[in-house]
Design a protein around this ligand. Structure first.
Ligand code: FMN
Length: 317
């Protein structure tokens, strides 16, 4: 029984959850690309207070990403077109990972421009003891090839899940795009091909314009919208996916408080990831974990997992 964030004298809350074989002390992870390689945030918070973290998407070779401007603030959120800048899988394993406390579960995010590249990166990460699971980024909306192409076509997504599933026996999460007509259909494809869980949502494809220059604000033209602006969209998609599949879901999108995280659990998420909020408050993920416990105590809920899928719907008719 764990009791993260419990007030002295208040009832203890069981915060542990299992996401497709990844055992977490609490359901709060940090989202890929918003928490660096974990080390950047160690000065601001105790990584052991969160469930774990998802590292920046990794490719087989290092990548420098897109040209600036790559980020812009928008109402209730931000847009980015970073383009998967990362140190590459080998530097992550040998230089970044050893700096993370051993007891912090790490989920490695994997990106590639073709399924075999994804598979090879998965193979290299699978034998590293601290890596408890892989998250396949099938949904980056702003790279020239790869990413979103894999997440928007059910046949292409099925092949990517099949190939990466073959490449690893550790827990495999597939991160889906919101830029699709039916997230339920995409979630079913992942389940049928043997994925252990689903993460959603990645950013929402967007465009911002500078009227003085009459140009797009981002050099890449299109970017991905994140932050509180997308939270209701993410809740809707988590809820729809949860109706469609039995595998667990990691809910992502605009989560900044414990209350936000509660909404995702009620809609069917087993765990959540905190993204853009880390830029506003580097302790956001820890505070989300504490806020979940405070809600459970106030509501007399003894285990956070009792909240999963507990959304009550209005009676029909
Ligand atoms: C600057 C930035 C970089 C991101 N990089 C990645 C990435 O490398 N891989 C990935 O799967 N998602 C990436 N994302 C998407 C986030 O992980 C998350 O899915 C999205 O931002 C929605 O959550 P949020 O509203 O809490 O930020 C990135 C988001 C931002 C803002």
């Amino acid at each position: 029984m764990t009791s993260d964030g419990a007030k002295p004298g208040a009832a203890s809350v069981d915060t542990s959850v299992n996401v497709g074989g990844i055992q977490l002390r609490n359901p709060v992870l940090t989202a890929s690309g918003t928490f660096g390689y974990g080390t950047e945030f160690a000065a601001f918070m105790d990584l052991r207070k969160i469930g774990g973290f998802v590292a920046k998407s990794l490719t087989l070779e290092p990548r420098s990403g897109n040209m600036p401007a790559r980020i812009v603030e928008t109402p209730s959120g931000m847009m980015n077109a970073i383009g998967i800048e990362n140190v590459g899988v080998e530097a992550f394993i040998h230089e970044k990972l050893p700096q993370i406390p051993e007891e912090v579960p790490v989920v490695a995010s994997v990106f590639g421009t073709d399924p075999e590249m994804y598979a090879e990166t998965c193979r290299r990460l699978s034998d590293v003891p601290q890596i408890k699971g892989l998250e396949i980024n099938a949904s980056c909306p702003h790279v020239k090839s790869g990413g979103i192409e894999f997440g928007q076509n059910p046949k292409v997504l099925a092949e990517l899940v099949r190939v990466t599933r073959k490449a690893t026996s550790i827990p495999l999460l597939i991160k889906l795009s919101p830029n699709v007509t039916s997230v339920a259909e995409m979630a079913k494809v992942c389940e049928a091909e043997g994925a252990d869980g689903i993460s959603l949502i990645n950013t929402v494809q967007a465009l911002e314009v500078n009227i003085e220059t009459r140009r797009p604000v981002l050099r890449n033209v299109l970017g991905g919208l994140s932050g509180p602006a997308i939270r209701p969209i993410a809740l809707r998609m988590v809820w729809q996916a949860a109706q469609a599949v039995k595998i667990p879901i990691c809910g992502i999108g605009g989560i900044a408080t414990g209350e936000d995280a509660v909404k995702f659990l009620l809609c069917g998420a087993t765990a959540v990831q905190v993204g853009t909020a880390n830029y506003v408050n580097p302790k956001a993920a820890q505070e989300v974990a504490e806020g979940l416990v405070a809600y459970a105590q106030a509501q007399g809920v003894s285990a956070l997992r009792d909240l999963i899928g507990a959304l009550e719907l209005p009676e029909s008719g």
